[in-house]
Design a protein around this ligand. Structure first.
Ligand SMILES: [Zn+2]
Ligand SMILES: [Zn+2]
Length: 391
């Protein structure tokens, strides 16, 4: 592969790809509803000589060399947006209220489209197949799109899987990857506290669920700080507290919701055990009923060490020796790429997007926007991974 020429080819595609990215940004679609996005990707792939097939409803799978002997490398992009309003003043900001591409999946999709176009021009150069996984619903709708794609056979015949995520919390120009756990296991919880409501002036005849739930919020802070040792390794956050309707009525009920992030099974079990104890004990001390519901989400995303090594080596070639590290990994976000990594040797890596001296909005912030400079970079990294594995 002549990387000078390929860089020029990628550069020539850039304007078109940025337009596509902005169009996707302007028309965000939620998990398992990505029909417009799917249509755009399908047409692009067909125009570049692929025969894509639907997967998980609104996703797509396409093979570069379906009948070729040799290994098959999968590249994955997520396509969905978040159920939130977009802030900011972008000319291509979301035109759909309550939906926004605030995690950069518009950018990831565009990167894989660009890689697909260049790969198609060099399909003879590879000693194997490349499978493109355009995945719906990464943001946790109904268990995520990856489980469905895996269940529908997306990984059949696949040897390794690679994926990337832009990360504005880390400096632009950096690539971060690690062997082993890189993202957390996610559990969510809902706690319903049932007391006895009444007049705000008569607490003595009530069982105030607001006070009980408030203590519960504080007590939950000890699940990690007192429940785990000096290494910690877990996050427990209460992110929603719903109770009451007006200033003089003690309600019957308060509802707390939150999230738990852990990086191994034993810590996860310990945290859940402590959470159950704390909830039970606090409820008893306030004479209220509680119901604790725990929903398990994505598992730990654990990179294969050989695949992570490939990404690190190629990252250093493209971005420089000092640009690649495993700093701040694992991080406590969750990712359904974990399901690919559970089934095949895989590596998931991060491209920094924080601008020096600026307060670059992070993922899921209403003013977040994907950095278009990552499009050519992401394409080149994917192409070089493929060239390395299918040399
Ligand atoms: Zn996200
Ligand atoms: Zn994301």
């Amino acid at each position: 592969m002549n990387w000078k020429i390929i860089r020029k080819d990628v550069e020539a595609l850039r304007k078109n790809l940025v337009e596509i990215r902005h169009d996707l940004h302007q028309n965000p679609e939620l998990g398992f509803e990505e029909t417009r996005t799917q249509g755009i990707v399908r047409m692009w792939l067909e125009n570049h000589g692929y025969s894509p097939t639907d997967s998980a409803g609104t996703g797509l799978i396409a093979d570069l060399n379906p009948r070729k002997d040799g290994p098959t490398i999968a590249l994955r992009a997520d396509m969905d947006a978040l159920p939130m309003d977009e802030g900011g003043v972008l000319s291509y900001r979301s035109i759909i209220p309550g939906k926004a591409h605030a995690c950069g999946h518009d950018g990831h999709t565009t990167i894989l489209m660009g890689a697909a176009a260049i790969l198609a021009r060099h399909r003879e150069a590879f000693a194997g197949n490349v499978r493109l996984l355009f995945q719906p619903a990464e943001e946790g709708v109904r268990g995520g799109g990856a489980t469905v794609m895996v269940a529908q056979g997306a990984l059949e015949g696949i040897d390794e899987v690679y994926g990337l995520h832009s990360w504005p919390g880390w400096p632009k120009g950096e690539l971060r990857v690690a062997a082993g756990p890189v993202m957390a296991q996610v559990n969510t919880f809902d706690i319903t506290v049932r007391g006895k409501g009444g007049h705000g002036s008569q607490p003595q005849v009530c069982r105030d669920p607001i006070v009980a739930a408030s203590h519960l919020v504080s007590a939950i802070q000890t699940v990690v700080s007192r429940g785990l040792g000096f290494e910690g390794g877990a996050v427990v956050s209460v992110c929603s507290f719903q109770a009451g309707t007006t200033h003089n009525v003690i309600p019957d009920e308060a509802v707390l919701s939150g999230t738990i992030r852990t990086f191994d099974e034993a810590t996860c079990e310990r945290v859940l055990e402590r959470l159950r104890e704390v909830v039970r004990g606090t409820a008893r001390s306030f004479g209220v009923q509680v119901e604790l519901e725990i929903d398990s989400g994505f598992p730990v995303l654990s990179n294969d060490s050989a695949c992570a090594e490939v990404v690190a080596r190629i990252g250093k070639q493209v971005m420089g020796e000092g640009a690649v590290s495993a700093k701040d990994l694992p991080m406590a976000g969750g990712e359904d790429f974990a399901y690919y990594a559970q089934n095949r040797p895989s590596a998931f890596f991060f491209l920094g997007a924080q601008l020096e001296g600026e307060d670059t909005p992070v993922c899921h912030h209403p003013k977040f926007d994907f950095d278009d400079d990552l499009i050519p970079l992401g394409i080149e990294l994917f192409l070089r991974i493929v060239a390395d594995r299918l040399a």
